[in-house]
Design a protein around this ligand. Structure first.
Ligand SMILES: Nc1ncnc2c1ncn2[C@@H]1O[C@H](COP(=O)(O)OP(=O)(O)OP(=O)(O)O)[C@@H](O)[C@H]1O
Ligand SMILES: [Mg+2]
Length: 382
């Protein structure tokens, strides 16, 4: 007679191809019943319309049917509720963290990816200004331009003339742009040594190289990533390489953001990156005599934040100084610190650092991580 424990063991060999973890660990196996050779298994998928459904189902049937004492296998497939889904995400994140490939980013550095469901909403503008504002709060900040081919950060920080150089260990040193440690494909030159290092650089590999081969300072409090538009490979690569990454989502006030919200939520789920909050950008325009025009509608940021169940970090008004600041290489928080856009960006940065304070300011978890690391070093004599 086959037991439910034996079946559970067999199911540990069924891996959710998307999440890379077995379905028992992920909590997807709801129940197992055995009665006179017939095994009934109830599986809860993350969403009912999961594209991996057939594959998981047939894997389960094959693995269990192969067991001695099993005559038939009946699989019932349902969907998880939101609580089960977030528990699954937590487990998958833990798994990803334990299996993360090594990068040179200190695990205690807060990694914040500035993302959006669509292009042109101001991700780069928000990234640069958040980076400067957070640095002005006294934190050590790195900025990684993850928009590999569409890079715009060097221009926005007036750093287009800077070049990334490699040290004798062939590790790339981030450039210092207005106190921000910056890495961008815009700073790679055709100088022979460097060109060699970057030859064959492919989109999917570029982020990996930026994280592995760049000598990111170990004392960085924050690493901000300006993400390329869309919700694709780069996001998945980021969550694989830096499981501690979290998202800030930029949107416009336009109400018809439902589809965008769904896309962002789906991407966050697939890459296990929690969303910290939403920044609404281009939130109306106020004339010098105080008249307000909601040029791109209103309420989109609040709606998206509500949909995602996260706070709205700020509403950044349209402001011509944002554009000139970006073009002149001095972000608006520095070029026009008293402008409404700069104030809103600084307030958003403050809220953000309040929600995700630098790791060493936290009590238990980070200290335990540091202690564990020290103990491990002692133990292995490194
Ligand atoms: N609050 C604002 N007021 C005025 N102009 C703005 C504001 N935010 C962004 N812009 C302008 O909008 C344009 C697009 O912004 P940005 O490049 O930051 O968007 P993006 O989301 O990074 O775009 P992409 O998806 O192409 O990477 C830029 O010219 C920028 O100067
Ligand atoms: Mg951009």
């Amino acid at each position: 007679m086959v037991t439910t424990q034996q079946i559970e063991e067999a199911l540990r060999r069924v891996v959710d191809p998307e999440l890379g973890t077995d379905i028992v660990e992920l909590g997807m196996v709801k129940s197992i019943d055995v009665a006179s050779g017939v095994v009934r298994i109830v599986i809860a998928l993350t969403i009912a319309a999961c594209p991996m459904r057939d594959q998981i189902e047939s894997d389960v049937v094959r693995k269990v049917r192969a067991m001695p004492g099993v005559d038939d296998v009946v699989v019932e497939v349902g969907a998880m509720n939101p609580e089960e889904r977030s528990a699954l995400m937590a487990r998958a994140r833990r798994h990803a963290r334990e299996n993360a490939e090594p990068t040179r980013v200190n695990p205690l550095t807060r990694v914040i990816a500035v993302s959006s469901g669509k292009g042109g909403v101001g991700k780069s503008t928000v990234s640069v200004n958040l980076a400067v504002a957070i640095a002005e709060e006294g934190h050590a900040v790195g900025l990684l331009d993850a928009d590999i081919w569409g890079f715009s950060i060097p221009r926005m920080l007036g750093a287009s003339e800077l070049q990334l150089v490699a040290d004798e260990d062939r590790r790339i040193q981030p450039a210092d742009a207005q106190g921000i440690r910056l890495v961008s494909t815009g700073l790679i030159v055709e100088d022979e040594d460097t060109a060699l290092m970057w030859r064959g650089l492919m989109l999917s590999k570029a982020l990996e190289q930026f994280l592995r081969d760049v000598a990111w300072p170990q004392d960085l409090d924050y690493l901000i990533l300006d993400m390329p538009p869309g919700t694709g490979d780069i996001q998945m690569a980021l969550s694989r390489l830096l499981p501690q990454a979290e998202l800030v989502v930029v949107t416009t006030p336009q109400k018809a953001a439902q589809k965008v919200a769904a896309r962002v939520a789906d991407m966050a789920r697939r890459s296990y990156m929690p969303v910290i909050g939403v920044v609404e950008n281009m939130s109306g325009f106020t004339t010098e005599d105080g008249r307000h025009y909601a040029l791109f509608g209103s309420g989109g940021g609040t709606d998206l934040a509500d949909d995602l169940g996260v706070p709205l970090l700020g509403e950044i008004p349209l402001d011509p100084h944002v554009v000139t600041g970006g073009d002149d290489g001095t972000p608006v928080v520095r070029s026009h610190p008293d402008s409404p856009a700069a104030s809103a960006l600084r307030a958003a940065a403050k809220r953000l650092t309040g929600l995700v304070p630098p790791a060493q300011d936290e009590t238990c978890t980070s200290r335990i991580a540091v202690l564990a690391d020290q103990l491990e070093r002692l133990g292995t004599g490194r």
